[in-house]
Design a protein around this ligand. Structure first.
Ligand code: ADP
Ligand code: ZN
Ligand code: ZN
Length: 723
């Protein structure tokens, strides 16, 4: 009998021992009994020394079932690193990393087979009478197909055809692409791109972290595509991480057009469980060659990973903000380093953390200066001083006049306002009532069409009251503006303009985006109004004017990262304009036109802005000059949460490495109540990462002993993005 330690999906920092007749490979999926329940687990280690067992050996239960799936060593190593670095329970970290279906205590469906032409059928085309079969043959000369793709061409009799073709030696079931790699629409790299391509491709066998810093349109994606082509040509696979919002049909189309017969797996939050599983297993055995996905894709197992690309590496959506608080970009770097392959971090506005690594000579910086399309120029950014330019419906006369001009010349304008809904605050001037959420300490946003007040934090909503709920006054007022109100104002001012609003409420699906692109292409839209959803990745034909409203809030925020975020966002929005041959104009309405941030922005001086931020962060010893970890706690009543945090604080103060780790005393969180939980936090910081993590290792063992009397839960947020 062998003792086998199994990782289970439970909130504890340890494994559990079971027995089995054979020694099972590490990573094997198994079924065990935990408590009285059957539970899926993964073999974590073989316990060779019975004496280390902290459990009565007589009570050890046997493993109930052994499944065929095995989690590969590189993923287990990644999980080990993740659980240590983020101080998150081992089993839960592992289960976070795998497809949902693998958690179920049942046998998994088999991998979708893929089919390709045999070598002989490839050269001698068989005699086929039916049109559909001819079409199938034509498609197969360019790509491998799975059953569903064959069904789409042939129809109901597809299984019969597959069988017949296999018997006639036309078709074989295959694991890998046997036909030569097809490359389409390839562009000749310009000299700048070529140098970067050469340097990175010379390092395919090494860990080579590089930062591709180039404005939108400078040709970064083209460099990625050609690097990936080379990697696939060498028989390896590529991982491309993108923010969810950037996984646009345009981007995917570009990959599909370039690599028409390469098998890809697209991993977004809305793929089905079955698609996710087959992508996961397909990548593991090597049939999928390119994986394009959001942060979760960093946990995909590869047979032979050759390169990692992180596009828009500055994007905050690479950080997961609930459960396991991991940063996919950082884990991707760790993976590249462990395997010894290049990783490319691309952005028009790289994050301060990444540029700090460049400063420390850990990463190589590649700059891309010019826009790839000849003659395309940087947009001209102008500030409109709101102290002297009054607003009408949120818009200054200068901005309105520029929009008017675009209507005449039939060019597209974009109005950017980072708040959806109609207006963010509904108040009663008589008694001071304001519509706030019953679950959160936030205001409810008024949404006009549906006539409801909605909380953007928890989703709770209610009909707009007919009168003030407190004093029955009939006249409620709205304060501030959201996309809906701006849209309404524009419609009144430009009655003939065709206006299109883009925010989570209108454009949350692929279909909606496609429809919009069609419309823009056919010149059926004059003005776009939208939130930051507009800012990223999209390429709008004929867009020559961007107007930014209500941008100032990021200047003076409690969060030290807010200015960086604001600068990045405005640079990204500005980058939407003038992507064709026409130069773009960007107008930013602000109360603080003299602010340094805006001055750097209008000069397109990102480098200068970064140095200004470095100086500020250094003076205050903020990240990246120090490391932060937040302990966030929540419960039903604030005083109990704070009482608990105080106990932890006093305890932590006692055994912290003096002079090396600092602790800020407990405070309520900025959004104090969220989804009906009161929240508080303690901040730990240190200039030495290892010392901080050593201390946290101790602390996480000790904290559970400070038993809260109430339903208080806590979590560590390592390298938090929001304070
Ligand atoms: P980025 O990813 O930096 O935004 P892209 O790679 O998307 O830039 O390039 C912007 C546009 O320029 C695209 O339409 C692309 O096809 C084109 N482009 C890129 N590289 C070249 C090149 N070397 N020659 C001509 N056009 C190019
Ligand atoms: Zn009132
Ligand atoms: Zn709420």
């Amino acid at each position: 009998m062998n003792l086998i330690n199994v990782a289970l999906d439970v909130p504890l920092m340890r494994c559990f021992s079971y027995s089995h007749s054979d020694i099972l490979p590490i990573g094997t999926r198994v079924l065990v009994e935990f408590g009285k329940k059957p539970m899926v687990g993964f073999v974590w280690e073989i316990n060779l020394d019975e004496n280390t067992l902290d459990y009565d050996i007589q009570k050890i239960k046997p493993i109930l079932q052994v499944f065929p799936e095995i989690i590969t060593k590189d993923i287990l190593d990644l999980v080990k690193f993740t659980t240590n670095y983020y101080h998150y329970p081992l089993g839960q970290t592992l289960f976070n990393a795998i497809p949902g279906l693998m958690r179920k205590p049942k046998i998994l469906p088999v991998l979708d087979e893929v089919f390709s032409l045999t070598a002989i059928a490839q050269t001698n085309s068989p005699h086929l009478k039916s049109k559909k079969q001819q079409e199938l043959y034509r498609v197969l000369t360019k790509s491998v197909l799975d059953k569903s793709a064959i069904k789409a061409i042939i129809g109901a009799t597809y299984l019969k055809i597959i069988k017949a073709w296999q018997e006639k030696n036309i078709l074989i079931a295959t694991q890998t692409t046997v036909i030569p790699l097809l490359i389409q629409n390839k562009i000749k790299l310009n000299p700048e791109q070529q140098v970067i391509f050469d340097q990175i491709s010379q390092n395919f066998q090494h860990y080579h972290p590089s930062v591709l810093y180039g404005i939108t349109g400078s040709g970064k994606t083209e460099v990625y595509l050609q690097l990936i082509e080379q990697v696939i040509h060498n028989g390896a696979q590529a991982l491309v991480l993108v923010p969810e919002i950037n996984l646009t049909p345009q981007l995917l189309q570009r990959f599909k057009q370039r690599f028409p017969n390469v098998s890809m797996h697209i991993l977004t939050s809305n793929v089905t469980d079955h698609e996710r599983l087959s992508g996961y297993l397909g990548t593991q055995v090597g049939t999928k060659q390119i994986i394009i996905g959001t942060r979760l894709a960093v946990f995909t197992p590869f047979k032979h990973l050759g390169i990692i690309i992180v596009d828009e590496e500055h994007d905050q959506s690479f950080k997961q903000n609930d459960g396991l608080h991991y940063m996919a970009r950082d884990l991707a770097v760790w993976r590249a380093k462990t395997i010894g392959i290049p990783i490319v971090l691309g952005s028009a506005t790289p994050s301060l953390e990444t540029l700090y690594n460049v400063k420390l000579n850990k990463y190589t910086l590649y700059k891309m200066g010019e826009r790839a399309i000849e003659n395309a120029r940087l947009p001209i950014i102008k500030l409109i001083d709101l102290n002297v330019n009054p607003l009408i419906d949120g818009l200054t006369a200068i901005a309105a006049c520029e929009i008017e001009k675009r209507l005449e010349t039939q060019e597209l304008s974009l109005v950017f306002i980072n708040r959806r809904g109609y207006s963010p605050i509904v108040v009663c001037y008589e008694c001071g009532w304001a519509g706030s959420c019953q679950n959160c300490s936030t205001n409810m946003v008024y949404h006009k069409g549906v006539a409801r007040l909605k909380c953007h934090h928890c989703g709770w909503n209610m009909p707009v009251p007919k009168a003030c709920p407190k004093c029955k006054n009939q006249y409620l007022h709205t304060i501030g503006q959201g996309t809906q109100k701006i849209e309404e104002g524009l419609a009144t001012r430009f009655p003939n303009a065709r206006i299109y609003r883009i925010d989570q409420d209108t454009t949350n699906t692929k279909v909606a985006w496609n429809e919009l692109y069609q419309k823009i292409h056919k010149h059926e839209v004059d003005i776009l109004v939208g939130t930051q959803m507009l800012a990223k990745g999209h390429d709008f034909h004929n867009l020559t004017l961007v107007v930014g409203l209500n941008i100032d809030s990021g200047l003076y925020s409690y969060d030290f990262r807010a200015p960086e975020l604001l600068f990045t966002q405005l640079t990204q929005v500005a980058g939407r304009s003038g992507r064709g041959v026409k130069a773009g104009l960007v107008l930013l309405q602000t109360h603080y036109p003299k602010h340094e941030l805006y001055q750097y922005l209008i000069r397109h001086d990102f480098g200068g802005f970064i140095n200004y931020l470095f100086a500020q962060r250094k003076a205050l010893q903020l990240p990246p000059y120090s490391f932060y970890v937040l302990l966030r706690a929540s419960g039903h009543e604030l005083y109990k949460v704070m009482e608990y945090l105080n106990k932890v604080f006093i305890f932590a103060e006692k055994f912290k490495p003096a002079g090396l780790v600092g602790i800020y005393p407990p405070v309520p969180a900025i959004i104090q109540r969220l989804k009906n939980r009161e929240r508080g936090q303690i901040l730990f910081y240190s200039q030495q990462r290892e010392v901080l993590h050593g201390f946290l290792n101790q602390l996480t063992v000790e904290i559970p002993r400070i038993k809260p009397k109430y339903d208080i839960s806590w979590i560590l947020d390592v390298d938090p993005l929001e304070i």
